[in-house]
Ligand binder design. Structure first.
Ligand code: NAD
Length: 279
């Protein structure tokens, strides 16, 4: 049962984020859902952003409230400037401030280069890259306004960008997606450099292959999964909780001296396993 799993994982992450306020974009599915739940389990109040699927978002809210913290769902398209600023403004009104921004929302629109439309290119860049810029910018404004509150956290705020192994691994047939994640890597490093003097920490988590709806085709049949496992030295496909725990750690004071880093959560995918026997 989900409740039991939540309880056992809580032993590891209890109270790491007690009293902090977190926002997770795209939090009604996959990695974002698991991350929102993990942040709540760790003691944070959580805003559950979604763009479609209000029912799923409300389910996530109820799960988080089960940890005795506050949560609410907020519909907003992360690629829309006005909607993102309204979302963060409401959070400051309802929760008083924001301590953790998890810019997770993302999508794929796959096509070979010569088949890819400008709309497919633009949609992925808008959501995956511009969306992270907008969310980071609005969170940073509040971090800078408020500054460090020692009893809450050693830093003035944390931004965690959801990247991908495709931040560094080229991916034929997915040029829009790979370009967006390559961009997220440089967005994260540049913001980390710019904001660190203000005691704001910006980092990225880069998942490998995680079992979520975004990549169902890659793991939903035994043949597809066997094919995928050839790319994963650790021998298993990842779960959303693998990524969620990494986000909690990066957002917490446990990793207070980690600034501008990409944490790969990929079972060794970026070790280029094809070279284990070749090269
Ligand atoms: P998912 O499809 O389950 O979740 C994506 C979420 O983003 C959904 O809730 C979706 O509604 C939301 N979203 C899409 N467009 C949005 C918009 N305009 N505004 C707000 N929300 C929007 O997929 P996932 O695997 O959980 O993906 C989450 C993140 O992890 C993405 O950034 C993805 O690129 C990244 N990632 C996933 C994997 C993987 O193997 N699953 C690997 C590397 C990186």
């Amino acid at each position: 049962m989900a409740g039991n799993a939540d309880d056992s994982r809580g032993v590891r992450s209890a109270q790491l984020l007690k009293g902090q306020k977190a926002l997770v974009t795209g939090a009604n599915s996959g990695i974002g859902l698991a991350t929102a739940v993990a942040l709540g389990r760790a003691g944070a109040d959580v805003v559950v952003n979604y763009v479609a699927g209000a029912g799923e978002a409300e389910d996530v809210v109820r799960r988080i409230e089960g940890f005795g913290v506050r949560a609410y769902a907020h519909e907003a398209d992360v690629s829309d400037e006005d909607q993102v600023s309204a979302m963060v403004a409401r959070m400051v009104e309802e929760f008083g401030t924001i301590d953790v921004m998890v810019a997770n929302a993302g999508l794929q629109r796959d096509a070979a280069l010569t088949e890819m439309t400008l709309a497919e290119w633009q949609k992925v860049i808008d959501v995956n890259l511009t969306g992270q810029f907008l969310c980071a910018r609005e969170a940073a404004k509040e971090f800078l306004r408020r500054g460090v509150v020692e009893e809450v956290s050693r830093s003035a705020g944390k931004i965690v960008c959801m990247s991908s192994v495709h931040q560094i691994v080229p991916w034929a047939g997915h040029v829009n997606y790979a370009s967006s994640k390559g961009g997220v890597g440089m967005l994260m490093q540049t913001l980390a450099q710019e904001l660190a003097p203000h005691r704001i920490r910006v980092n990225a988590v880069a998942p490998g292959a995680i079992r979520t709806p975004i990549n169902r085709d890659a793991w939903s049949t035994p043949e597809a999964e066997a094919d995928l496992l050839r790319l994963i030295p650790y021998g298993r496909v990842g779960n959303p909780d693998d990524v969620a725990d990494a986000v909690v750690a990066l957002a917490s004071d446990l990793l207070d001296y980690v600034v501008g880093t990409t944490l790969y959560v990929d079972g060794g995918m970026t070790l280029f396993p094809g070279f284990a026997t070749g090269g």
